[in-house]
Design a protein around this ligand. Structure first.
Ligand SMILES: [Zn+2]
Length: 691
């Protein structure tokens, strides 16, 4: 190798090292998902530093050798937990929990325990898990749980909290405790009010508020937030020994540490005692000033815990019990009627805000007119609301013993509250519909649906901006979206929209013109035609023209298509107003690419027959454009990395898919390489065609 080519090789190695280290930094700092060991990472850093030392002419202020330290200092330093901070297995019924207790007893016996197993029951605080380490009685380090193995150092923030002693009255060489940082419901409400006044965003629930308050880069901010702590376990202890968990907690209380409240009568032996304690906590949970998300059952004897051990995820000596959905009572202030994108009118309860299952609820669904009448729910009533998991909160009825208010019974308006058009309710249907063809409420819902991620994926166009653009008269139809570029100056006058975000928004709108056919069909918001049905249509009929032309029989014969969806699609496509809209969109350049059937796909390209996943952002193509090109070349482009994946093509900001591919040892290609390969291949094809 001559000097020049050696130099070139060194230079490209340097570029590669910088890129690699930046990639690992991103995974480590931004995604909390390190994929290489600290040692390997240090080796890469050292190699890069050495190369930069040999070639000062290639110095770059942006090099990770300069920026990593700064970044770590600005963020939080990572802490590897000596004792993993594991999570618990959840149980949802008393029967399941009794099974667990039986299993725990058997496990202890099988491992040589002769004494009966004792249990304790504790509240499971809904907060943020932290570890505190005291050396010789002085708080040395506090860290968040993170992923259980690696957390973040939040010592300076924790030091600002009055509730946590910095120095213990009785020093032991080393003590690590685990606890939960929380915010009371009252402090959460007050904080959100302050956020309002400061024009800042609301926290969704006390847990988010606690986490956000603790992970402040400015510890003074943490100090001003009112955070509490409940310690619930000793992770490590030197210089002292106990035989049971409850003795340990008693000792921590003596030291003045904030410890989780002890339930009466611990430790317990029988199932009945454990269940009674869980029931007690459940009955009190609505009265506690802080939120809990269950109860924890733990084996009390430390020796038995050691015997029972743990799985890779959870200890075998503890379990969590989850209570059934919480029901709360609040005042129904008003019944509003919302108009959906298909014109459907939905009654919505406007409530006096109340914390339910950890979230502040001020609206809940009332389903439909019949539901409200059956339960005789009226404005001004005290009502019961329930929320299960991620489900929308619902009003289940009026609170027991409450006399219905004297307000008149609810009636669905005869005319649409948004456009004044007559409202109809078809025989046999529970829902009422607005019949207006120019209903602004319908248009607004349709626009919100059209731009959504599964649909045209126009990011930067939130519901607030859609409302404002409609009010300005810039959005009177879906097609108007593609005319927004003519109103750049009007967009720039919008609050919060800068040059760059307007450019990004307009680019996203342009890019949506070539969204895959299935997403385009889904974006039209046709009743009964969601993304899955749209995929079937695109996969079977391949083009918008063919979908528009399909007759009822043809549609009914599609896989998973019944009479209802076939009719719904058919009547949508036959309606003149919709045909006009589709024509208008086509004229404006919205051309979802035709989907090729397997027979039509190319079989002799470098990508034919391969299953390929794309992730991150690509240099020049959008990810969907890259996907379309690959499909046209006979590849099957899928969304998830599995052992069946042949190749992962990754661009900037690649995340979990990249890690998964590394883990499964799937071949990788950078987006840049892919685009070059694709361009070269296209050029070759053209040359061959010419010669
Ligand atoms: Zn209307």
């Amino acid at each position: 190798m001559n000097d020049r080519s050696a130099n070139r090789a060194a230079r490209s190695h340097l570029a590669e090292l910088r890129q690699l280290i930046e990639h690992y930094n991103h995974l480590y700092y931004d995604q909390d998902a390190p994929v290489i060991s600290d040692y390997e990472y240090d080796m890469l850093q050292r190699e890069l530093a050495e190369l930069e030392r040999q070639h000062p002419e290639w110095a770059d202020a942006q090099s990770p050798t300069h920026s990593v330290g700064g970044k770590a200092a600005r963020g939080f330093i990572k802490v590897r937990h000596q004792v993993p901070m594991q999570s618990l297995t959840d149980y949802f019924s008393e029967a399941e929990l009794c099974d667990y207790l039986q299993t725990a007893r058997k496990l202890a016996r099988d491992n040589g325990a002769s004494e009966p197993v004792q249990f304790v029951v504790e509240q499971k605080i809904d907060g943020l898990s932290v570890s505190l380490e005291y050396a010789d009685g002085v708080l040395k380090r506090a860290s968040t749980r993170g992923d259980g193995l690696i957390g973040e150092d939040v010592t300076v923030n924790i030091q600002r909290l009055e509730s946590i002693p910095q120095r213990l009255p009785q020093a032991v060489p080393y003590l690590e405790v685990r606890g939960e940082i929380y915010m009371t419901e009252a402090d959460f409400m007050a904080l959100n009010q302050q956020q309002d006044q400061a024009g800042q965003k609301h926290f969704a629930n006390p847990r988010n508020a606690a986490a956000g308050s603790l992970r402040q880069l400015d510890p003074e901010v943490t100090g001003r937030r009112r955070l509490g702590l409940f310690i619930f376990n000793i992770q490590q202890l030197q210089g002292k020994a106990f035989t049971t968990h409850h003795q340990e907690l008693d000792w921590l209380r003596e030291l003045g540490l904030p410890v989780i409240p002890a339930e009466a009568g611990i430790p317990y032996h029988s199932d009945a005692e454990v269940l009674a304690a869980i029931k007690q906590i459940g009955e009190r949970r609505g009265l506690l000033p802080y939120g809990i998300d269950g109860a924890v059952v733990k084996v009390d004897q430390l020796r038995l815990r050691d015997l029972m051990g743990e799985t890779s995820k959870a200890p075998r000596w503890a379990a969590a019990y989850k209570y059934p959905p919480e029901i709360k009572t609040t005042r129904l202030l008003k019944i509003e009627v919302q108009v959906g994108r298909t014109g459907k009118l939905t009654p919505l309860a406007v409530l006096e805000p109340v914390l339910l299952a950890g979230s502040l609820i001020s609206r809940a669904t009332l389903h439909n007119e019949d539901y409200i009448r059956e339960k005789d729910i009226r404005e001004g009533d005290l009502v019961r609301i329930v929320k299960a998991g991620d489900v929308i909160p619902a009003v289940t009825g009026i609170a027991e013993g409450q006399r219905p208010s004297l307000r008149p019974a609810f009636e669905m308006p005869r005319r649409c509250p948004a456009c004044g058009a007559p409202v109809i309710r078809e025989v046999g249907e529970a829902a009422s519909y607005c019949t207006g063809s120019d209903c602004p409420a319908q248009l607004e819902s349709r626009l919100n649906h059209f731009v959504a991620r599964d649909c045209m994926d126009i990011s930067g166009l939130g519901s607030g901006l859609i409302k404002r653009l409609m009010a300005m008269g810039l959005l009177n139809s879906i097609a108007d979206l593609y005319r927004l570029k003519l109103h750049r100056s009007a967009l720039l006058q919008q609050k919060g929209l800068k040059d760059r975000s307007v450019d990004k928004l307009l680019a996203a709108i342009e890019q949506s013109k070539t969204r895959p056919l299935a997403n385009f069909i889904a974006s039209l918001g046709i009743r009964h035609i969601g993304l899955q049905a749209a995929k079937t249509l695109a996969g079977q009929l391949h083009s918008l023209a063919r979908i528009q032309a399909a007759d009822l029989d043809q549609l009914r014969s599609l896989p998973d298509f019944g009479d209802i969806s076939a009719r719904s699609l058919h009547s949508f496509m036959k309606a003149e107003v919709n045909q006009k809209m589709l024509d208008e969109l086509t004229e404006l350049g919205v051309r979802p690419p035709e989907e090729l059937s397997p027979e039509e796909r190319a079989t002799d390209t470098p990508w034919s027959g391969k299953t390929i996943v794309l992730t991150g952002s690509f240099p020049t193509l959008s990810r969907s454009q890259a996907g379309q090109r690959l499909s046209a070349c006979g590849a099957q482009v899928t969304g998830t990395v599995s052992s069946k994946t042949d190749l992962l093509i990754y661009g900037d900001k690649a995340g979990s898919k990249f890690n998964k591919a590394l883990e499964l040892k799937i071949p990788l290609q950078t987006a840049l390489d892919f685009e070059q390969q694709m361009n070269e291949w296209v050029r070759e094809q053209e040359e061959q065609a010419e010669s």
